[in-house]
Design a protein around this ligand. Structure first.
Ligand code: GDP
Ligand code: GDP
Length: 435
């Protein structure tokens, strides 16, 4: 189950400043470990020991004062659909505007959990000014200054409380949870229908299906897994909004609820920025991933087509390139079932445990062959390696001076692990710790 916080509000109220503050400490750790470039609009935060996702919806729309009311409306409706809690940011300097009132009205009617943050309350006088925001009719208000961070602790207490008792993201399922993600029109519905429609008799509903996600058990050809589907994917007349924000936001919940994601891209378009964004979303959530280049039937092929396209894709997803890439057609069914085999292998890789003895044998030799460069005349010694008991693969190397280990060396170690043990399609974490 997911915990998703969406930040909504007019342009210039301070949404992105607040977003950066909410994710900053957490982000440093994640980025260092994964090498994944940071997304300006999506990040992970942690408060009182609870992890949650933060989405700055404002970051995806035109950020100008004359942004259309219709655009804000769309943004708010989508946040209502996709988030668990909405953080409505308003600006004490401008007071309640017509647009604030309009947004409040939609939020009130939605029945969603809403937390109101009155931003730019940089001093005590402004606390008095902020009282007018009770007039929004959304209950308690939280006075904050995103700039200085004041008030954000109380705000986060309330946010975390609003999530209720949802369990953590990586709860253990008995069966693998698989999802199909990608931007509009890549063929997600076609892919799922190819699997499900013809085999209707094997489809059974699984407990846990909610308004937000449909869980379908698939048990055939020796596979037994659950397809996680966001409501709407299989709906007729779904919204076809080709705006990045909408498709990325729509993917978040699905990704968080699955173990392995099949990322579909369109063969006629190649891997574009938006696809890379979804890929990064999968990686930073530490989910398994298989890239499926769909509509391969439409491509005029020569002997080099697959190699060339594969190389282009790996270039776009660097440095995390140890990912299976298949060329498929949901229409002709080419390699659709093969995709499932690979996805199941990725799932196994994600649950893989390497014996400490095997790890040490490999990595201590690798370290000896290429030791970490000394820093200020100090030699870094790595003594011991172990896989951590985390839900996804993570390794800890114990060293005398772990703070001096740099990113390239981590990458070297990660590559050694990948060369020797199959972790294809799985993000892995490498940590250096004090011995
Ligand atoms: P967004 O458009 O809602 O994402 O707003 P931004 O985060 O880009 O902020 C808009 C402007 O408000 C920027 O100039 C920020 O520096 C400023 N700002 C943000 N938070 C605060 C705050 O707490 N106090 C003050 N005085 N200014 C702020
Ligand atoms: P979604 O928005 O990602 O769910 O995409 P759809 O499954 O609705 O597919 C979008 C369009 O692409 C439809 O017209 C499909 O018929 C077409 N399509 C999907 N997969 C393939 C494929 O493998 N080959 C071809 N030629 N067309 C496809």
């Amino acid at each position: 189950m997911s915990r998703i916080l969406a930040i909504v509000g007019r342009p210039n109220v301070g949404k992105s400043t607040l977003f950066n503050r909410l994710i900053e400490s957490r982000e440093a750790i994640v980025d260092e470990a994964s090498g994944v470039t940071r997304d300006r609009n999506y990040g992970k935060s942690e408060w009182n020991g609870k992890m949650f996702s933060v989405i700055d919806t404002g970051g995806y729309v035109v950020n100008s004062d004359d942004v259309f009311e219709a655009e804000i409306n769309k943004q708010v409706h989508l946040a209502i659909d996709e988030a668990d809690v909405i953080l409505f940011v308003v600006d004490v300097e401008s007071g309640i505007t017509d647009l604030d009132d309009a947004v409040a009205e939609i939020l009130r009617r939605s029945g969603k959990k809403v937390v109101v943050a009155v931003n730019k309350v940089d001093n005590n006088q402004r606390i008095l000014d902020a009282q007018e925001f009770y007039g929004l009719g959304l209950g308690e208000i939280y006075c904050i200054s995103s700039m200085t961070g004041s008030g954000t602790g109380d705000l986060l207490d309330q946010v975390v409380e609003s999530f209720g008792d949802t369990p953590d993201n990586d709860e253990e399922h008995e069966l693998p949870y698989l999802s199909v993600v990608g931007r509009p029109n890549v063929g997600k519905s076609s892919f799922i229908n190819t699997l499900l429609d013809e085999d209707r008799y094997i489809v059974t509903d699984v407990a846990g299906t909610t308004r937000d996600s449909i869980l379908t058990r698939y048990n055939k050809f020796g596979h037994d897994f659950v397809i996680v589907d966001t409501a709407g994917l299989r709906k007729k007349g779904k919204v076809r909004d080709d705006i990045e924000f909408y498709s990325v936001l729509r993917s978040v919940r699905t990704i968080e609820n699955s173990d392995v994601c099949l990322l579909l891209i369109d063969a006629t378009r190649g891997m574009e920025a938006q696809d890379v964004n979804v890929f990064n979303l999968i990686a930073r959530n530490r989910k398994g991933v298989v890239i499926l280049v769909n509509k391969w039937d439409l491509i005029e092929k020569d002997v080099h087509s697959t190699k060339k396209m594969e190389a282009e894709i790996r270039e776009r997803i660097a440095p995390y390139t140890d990912v299976p890439i298949l060329f498929i057609s949901a229409k002709t069914k080419q390699r659709v079932y093969k995709s499932l085999d690979i996805a199941m292998q990725v799932h196994k890789n994600r649950k893989k445990r390497i014996k400490t003895s095997a790890l040490n044998e490999l990595l201590l030799e690798a370290v000896e062959a290429y030791p970490p460069p000394s820093v200020k005349g100090k030699f870094i010694k790595i003594k011991y390696v172990t896989q951590l008991p985390s839900p996804t693969p993570a390794f800890a190397l114990f060293a005398n001076l772990p703070q001096y280990i740099r990113e390239p060396y981590k990458r070297y170690i990660e590559n050694k692990i990948r060369e020797n043990f199959d972790f294809k399609g799985v993000p892995i974490q490498v940590y250096f710790r004090q011995k």
